[in-house]
Design a protein around this ligand. Structure first.
Ligand code: CUA
Length: 344
């Protein structure tokens, strides 16, 4: 008996210890409960309404059970005839039908109306005419390419949008099914081969919002993150102008050697750099690589050392990705990194 009690006490203590760890998952930068758009607010409110109703239902059922147990105890348990276990008690049909069928149906219907009509409509893809701009998000194993129709701007993993602006996000895929999800801004939208799916992207506050591919898409699904930079409108316009321009020419002798190595070697068969002969489309567009803060689906920071490591050892950093390891050392690697770092 003592052992059993100790075991239960241990379990309760373990659960109490785990609770903060579980709750810690509710914070951070991918928090559905920290909404920054109308759509995300409605999703968050719906969550609280559903949680409230679920706990209300739990309290009601638990209360009824306790009430039945207490009243039965008060009356005292009697040895009964198995053919008529509750002599003199008639089953209350209105309780069974009302509490077991009508009431749950009403709750589910109310949730359906709130969830489907009210919330889904707000999160829905907008009519093209109601948005100020369009961004194309293309899922790749394993990175996101973002294009801005009407301009030449292409970026990877780091999407920029202006604050307080309704953006029509068109999600497509270059290979398998992915899912575009920025929890603080809206619900998920899948990228389906051969289809264009749209969602409203809107942010009411300047800042950086983290997103994640939310559909299992292969070995590196977990490392298919993205960042949404929400900028003041003028700052965004300046960014877009810069991103639309071709790559700047290398300014140092070292970077010029790096450019030669890039264009004459295997890099250019997979990557594009606008303004040069590199037109590959397997890997991310590198025209303004140095303007990005991260590499490889937000896996590593875009620093000189990580960039060099990525070139020589990307299969160790992100196994299975499309980029082979290049066994470069010394001056050739330095030149390549110097060139890429100049792509602002
Ligand atoms: Cu792309 Cu998961």
């Amino acid at each position: 008996m003592a052992t059993r009690r100790r075991t239960w006490r241990g379990r309760i203590a373990a659960a109490a210890l785990l609770l903060p760890t579980l709750l810690a998952g509710c914070g951070g930068s991918q928090n559905t409960l920290a909404p920054h758009s109308h759509a995300a607010s409605d999703i968050s409110n719906l969550f609280w309404v559903m949680t409230g109703i679920a706990f209300g239902g739990l309290a009601l059922v638990t209360g009824l059970l306790v009430w039945a147990w207490v009243t039965r105890r008060r009356r005292g348990f009697r040895a009964t005839d198995p053919a008529d276990p509750h002599p003199g008690e008639k089953p209350a049909w209105f309780v069974v039908i009302g509490g077991g069928v009508v009431f749950p149906l009403m709750v589910i219907l109310a949730l359906f109306i709130v969830g489907d009509w009210a919330v889904l409509n707000v999160t829905q893809a907008p009519a093209a005419s109601s948005t100020a701009m369009t961004v194309d998000a293309v899922g790749h194993q394993w990175y996101w390419a973002f294009r801005y129709p009407g301009t030449k701007a292409v970026t990877a993993d780091e999407l920029h949008i202006p604050v307080d602006t309704r953006v029509n996000l068109v999600a497509t895929t270059a290979d398998v099914i992915h899912s575009f999800w920025v929890p603080e801004l809206n619900r998920k939208i899948d990228t389906i081969p051969g289809r264009q799916n749209r969602i409203l992207l809107y942010a009411d506050k300047v800042g950086v919002y983290r997103g994640q591919c939310a559909e299992f898409c292969g070995l590196q699904h977990a490392h298919m993150g993205m960042l949404v930079f929400v900028q003041p409108k003028t700052q965004f316009r300046a960014w877009l102008r810069k991103q639309s321009a071709p790559a700047p020419a290398p300014t140092t002798a070292l970077a010029r050697r790096g450019e030669d190595a890039f264009l004459s070697g295997p890099c250019s068969s997979c990557h594009a750099i606008r303004g040069t002969s590199a037109r590959g489309f397997v890997g991310p567009d590198l025209t303004h690589l140095a303007s990005r803060t991260t590499l490889a689906g937000v896996l590593i920071p875009n620093s000189r050392s990580y960039l060099a490591r990525w070139i020589v050892d990307s299969q160790h950093l992100k196994p299975g990705n499309q980029m082979p390891d290049f066994h470069l050392t010394g001056s050739k690697l330095d030149a390549l990194v110097a060139y890429l770092e100049g792509l602002r």
